[in-house]
Design a protein around this ligand. Structure first.
Ligand SMILES: [Zn+2]
Length: 181
């Protein structure tokens, strides 16, 4: 048993009941076409943007491309994601440069397949690390995902900074994600 529970008196049984079912299954996440999950993590020298999206939002299908047109769509989408400093224009006060980009979309041949994807559907995950002179100075990111990917309608955002955590929802055609004072 987790040592934390030893000090919790009557709580362990209730906690165990709540936790066990979730722990027994692969991580679940919402897969709702049109919605995209975006996380921003502000650290000492980096600002990392991560996205988790139904692949349909990005390319309009959720399987390996079958036609030349679909292959071209996929190639263009991947190129747009790799040029992440065009998709995420960070507040110049933070003085950021794009560093590493990791993309994970197994049906497009990117990254590893993993358990937990709903049958008949597929996701794309991306992680975009910006190297910044003063990431904590950032107060906004201008996000071009709605322009780049026309099936995206809503972006649910969580922002974690040393000063606090924020939640935001952007709906088409909103562009600016802002937080802090
Ligand atoms: Zn889907």
């Amino acid at each position: 048993m987790n040592p934390l529970f030893r000090f919790a008196g009557g709580l362990p049984v209730a906690l165990a009941l709540c936790i066990a079912p979730a722990a027994a299954q692969p991580a679940q996440h919402a897969h709702v076409h049109g919605q995209l999950k975006l996380d921003v993590a502000v650290d000492v020298q980096t600002l990392t943007v991560s996205i988790d999206s139904p692949l349909d939002n990005i390319v309009g299908f959720e399987r390996a491309p079958r036609t030349d047109a679909e292959r071209k769509t996929a190639q263009q989408a991947v190129a747009q994601l790799r040029a992440a400093d065009k998709l995420f224009a960070i507040d110049p006060a933070a003085d950021c440069k794009l560093g590493q980009v990791d993309l994970d979309a197994p049906v497009l041949g990117l990254g590893q397949a993993k358990a937990g994807e709903p049958a008949g559907h597929a996701d794309l995950e991306g992680s975009f690390t910006f190297e910044c002179r003063s990431p904590v100075q950032a107060r906004f990111i201008d996000i071009a995902l709605f322009e780049a990917f026309r099936n995206v309608r809503q972006i649910d955002v969580q922002i974690a900074t040393p000063d606090g955590q924020y939640q935001r929802t952007l709906k088409r055609p909103a562009k600016r994600l802002a937080w802090g004072k």
